[in-house]
Design a protein around this ligand. Structure first.
Ligand SMILES: Cc1cc2nc3c(=O)[nH]c(=O)nc-3n(C[C@H](O)[C@H](O)[C@H](O)COP(=O)(O)O)c2cc1C
Length: 171
């Protein structure tokens, strides 16, 4: 029976946890589960059971880890979090996801949105000249053999340089 393990994002060493689960025989990792986080209403002194649907920014952390794990683990990688449109789907595939999941967008727009996601992906692929999903998958993953720490540092340095000239991204 294939076993897929859905992980939360809060391990202190995510890469190590992922590698160990893979070594232990997990057939797939699903990145990332979201904790439903109720809020506290300080006026009524009550706990608000927030449903907390996601937004596209929630795709950043899982995509970062999928891009890092692609080619470094044997099992499959599933991406979940922040898939609102076909562009988000494309980003997960570019990072290296084998499959991509969507929950919040389907709750927000209804089950027919699944077909919209696929149509938007197809039109993006046609616009970019990609014939098959396999041509996209992992195109922007971090290549195995890369010095990951240097890669991460370079990312920070670029982000700081961009922020210094006011070109930072506002979510
Ligand atoms: C109302 C709701 C219920 C959920 N129930 C589960 C669950 O039972 N098991 C699970 O693994 N994830 C559950 N999730 C998490 C989703 O499967 C998904 O991983 C997460 O919402 C991130 O994807 P999204 O941004 O597309 O919503 C639930 C999410 C929502 C919004």
């Amino acid at each position: 029976m294939p076993v897929a393990i859905k992980l939360g994002p809060h391990f202190s060493s995510m890469g190590e946890v992922a590698l160990r689960l893979d070594e232990a025989g997990a057939d797939a990792l699903v990145l990332f589960n979201r904790l439903l986080q109720p809020d506290i209403d300080a006026e009524s002194l009550s706990v608000e059971p927030a449903l907390g649907l996601s937004s596209p920014v929630d795709g950043l952390a899982p995509r970062t880890w999928i891009a890092l794990l692609r080619g470094r683990i044997r099992g499959a990688l599933a991406g979940t979090g922040g898939v609102e449109d076909g562009g988000d789907l494309a980003k997960y595939l570019l990072a290296g996801a084998d499959v991509v999941m969507s929950a919040s967008a389907l709750l927000r727009h209804g089950p027919a949105h699944a077909a919209t996601l696929l149509e938007q992906l197809e039109s993006w692929m046609a616009r970019k000249g990609f014939a098959a999903v396999g041509d996209i998958r992992g195109l922007l993953a971090v290549p195995p053999g890369t010095d990951e720490e240097a890669y991460e540092r370079a990312g920070y340095v670029n982000a700081l340089r961009a922020a210094n000239v006011g070109a930072y991204t506002a979510w």
